[in-house]
Write a protein that binds this ligand. Structure first.
Ligand code: UD1
Length: 429
């Protein structure tokens, strides 16, 4: 199993290219199931989750081709992926494949919409709370799908096709909104989604679906209206930049000090996080190329934040911000409202000498003058990168174990940081 070794204390200077968003790429790949024509996705990140989803889609009969190198390509450019679901040969997504990644459950929507049936194993993924799928099921039922649970599988049937309906989510859910939008695109009649998730990845997928012939309006707001169509066709779409990767590197720079341009990043995708960084004392500015983030010497100020659905502060940056606040001059409070049990990084951060106290859904972080490098264990995707951020500022050596969590969601993390002067290497064993 690979590990990452970091010797802390180096400021970061240079440019970090931002990859396409994992959380847009996965549903975009799944959207290829909605048509028998080819969907071409550009700016696809090289991630373990993408490879895993290729396997799952391949099992349904999707042919997937990633283009080779072109003149002028550099290794940091995203991949171009052609996905052709000309014939769906299997409407079952088996446990062995789905249990590794929660988002693969989402194939249920296009499969039942196009084929009239889907049999999908209950999902796995990061161990952050219970993460049920009741709202996804509710959305499909509102579109007239019949749902049964059988031997750990959710079976959805709509032999006469899905029918448009009203879906009012009692809680904002990204997965529920993706499911509803994809299913409603091929349902007959009109669907209205109330209290929809407003995350930029929802708008990105809707944008792609509209290029494929769907009729979706309001994506990116809390009310989405979809006029169902009988068929979708092929399209070309470039994946939106990854706002979580952007925020992660912004926090790494705020932690280590230095001056870095996050190439290709879009500030409007993570304004709440950039505002928090500015409050903490980092210099943040928008440039033609992306976002510039700098901090020189001055101490960090503590912050009070609560995670919220977009446009609030994202839960996927909570662990990284906590790592940053371990060095603030004063006491910070971070409240997690999206997922229970998303504090597994707390005990690992304590190994660096961080002082964090947990009380229910709120963490109180007392800033310390210095962190000391330590062997630590990655527990989930975003938690693991918070350990890298702590390691960048800690004195001496940090060894991050179980790096496969990082590889699920961060492309060439150690290369990107090393190119800016960090002392970080992957140790393969
Ligand atoms: C997506 C993101 C994940 C991010 C999360 C919140 C992807 C691939 N993953 O996850 O990185 O942390 O949004 O921004 O895009 N819930 C229910 N019932 C359901 C579905 C969800 O109760 O049927 C609850 C969840 O347990 C959670 C909350 O709703 O408490 C939000 O979950 P959701 O927005 O659906 O997160 P994911 O789509 O799984």
């Amino acid at each position: 199993m690979d590990r990452i070794r970091i010797v802390g204390g180096q400021p970061l200077h240079g440019t970090i290219p931002i990859s396409g968003a994992k959380n847009a790429t996965l549903p975009l790949m799944i959207a290829s199931l909605l048509t028998d024509q080819t969907l071409i996705l550009d700016n696809v990140p090289r991630l373990a989750d993408v490879v895993q989803l290729q396997r799952i889609l391949g099992n349904h009969g999707v042919d997937i081709m990633t283009s080779g190198k072109r003149p002028g390509d550099d290794e940091y450019k995203g991949q171009t992926m052609h996905l052709s679901a000309t014939r769906i040969v299997d409407t079952t997504a088996p446990y062995e494949l789905v249990s590794k990644m929660r988002a693969s459950f989402w194939v249920i929507a296009p499969l039942v919409a196009r084929m009239g049936e889907a049999r999908v194993s209950m999902p796995g993924g990061c161990a952050i709370g219970t993460r049920p799928v009741d709202l996804l099921i509710m959305a499909l039922e509102r579109l007239s799908a019949r749902i049964d649970v059988d031997g750990g599988y959710v079976v959805a049937r709509a032999p006469d096709g899905l029918k448009g309906g009203e879906i009012n989510f009692p809680k904002v859910t990204v997965s529920g909104t993706h499911t509803a939008v994809m299913a409603a695109s091929l349902a007959s009649g009109t669907t209205v989604i109330e209290n929809a998730a407003r995350e930029p990845e929802i708008a990105d997928v809707a944008d792609c679906l509209n290029k494929m012939g769907a009729r979706i309006s309001g994506a990116g707001t809390s009310r989405i209206v979809i006029e169902g169509v009988a068929k979708l066709h092929g399209a070309w779409h470039k994946v939106v930049p990854d706002r979580i990767e952007t925020g992660t590197y912004a926090m790494a720079v705020a932690m280590s000090g230095g001056d870095v341009v996050l190439d290709g990043a879009r500030p409007e995708l993570l304004q709440s996080a950039l505002d928090v960084l500015a409050l903490a004392g980092a210099e943040v500015s928008a440039t033609n190329q992306g976002i510039r983030i700098a901090r020189n010497g001055a101490g960090l100020r503590p912050v009070e934040i609560t995670t919220e659905p977009f446009p609030g502060f994202p839960t996927d940056l909570q662990a990284q911000l906590m790592a940053l606040m371990t060095r603030a001059k004063g006491t910070s409070h971070i409240t997690e409202t999206i997922f229970e049990n998303r504090f597994m990084h707390v005990q690992e951060l304590a190994r660096f000498g961080a002082r964090i106290h947990l009380d229910g859904e709120t963490a109180t972080i007392e800033g310390v003058d210095r962190l000391k490098g330590a062997p630590v264990m990655a527990t989930d995707l975003r938690a693991s990168v918070s350990l890298v951020i702590a390691g960048l500022a800690a004195e001496g050596e940090t060894m991050v174990n179980r790096v496969y969590h990082l590889d699920r969601g961060f492309e060439r993390l150690e290369d990107k940081l090393a190119r800016c002067g960090a002392d970080i290497v992957r140790v393969s064993s």
